[in-house]
Design a protein around this ligand. Structure first.
Ligand code: SF4
Ligand code: SF4
Length: 100
C-alpha cells in the first residue's frame, strides 16, 4: 500500500463523516462545523482539526468516539485506491493510528 495523503481531495472522499463510531460525538460535531466553514473558504484545516481521514493523520483528537460500533473504512473509495487492506491497522484508524 502507499501512504495516504492528507489533502482536500481525499478529505472529500473520506466517509468517516457518516460513520456510526463518530455519530454521537459532540467533539466531532463541533469540529465538523469549523472544518465546513474553512473548506467553504477554500482553506485546508490542520489534520488535528479534522474528524476524518485518520488513515492519513492518525488517531482522533476527540476522545468520545464509540469504537464498539462498526468502522466503515472498507466502504471508502480510498480503501482500494491506496490498497489499505495490505497494511495495518485494518480500519479503525481513529482508534489505532494511521495506515502503514
Ligand atoms: S479509509 Fe477510513 S479513515 Fe481513511 S479516508 Fe476512508 S473512511 Fe476516512
Ligand atoms: S476510521 Fe473507521 S471507525 Fe474511525 S471514524 Fe473513520 S470509518 Fe469510523
Amino acid at each position: 500500500m502507499s501512504k495516504v495523503e492528507f489533502n482536500t481531495k481525499n478529505l472529500e472522499k473520506c466517509i468517516c463523516k457518516t460513520c456510526p463510531v463518530q455519530a454521537e460525538s459532540s467533539c466531532v460535531k463541533e469540529k465538523n462545523i469549523k472544518v465546513q466553514e474553512m473548506m467553504e473558504e477554500n482553506m485546508m484545516p490542520e489534520p488535528e482539526m479534522v474528524p476524518g481521514l485518520y488513515c492519513a493523520s492518525g488517531k482522533a483528537a476527540c476522545s468520545d468516539l464509540d469504537t464498539a460500533k462498526m468502522c466503515q473504512c472498507n466502504e471508502c473509495p480510498l480503501w482500494d485506491e491506496y490498497d489499505l487492506p495490505e497494511g495495518l491497522p485494518m480500519g479503525y484508524y481513529c482508534r489505532d493510528g494511521e495506515a502503514q
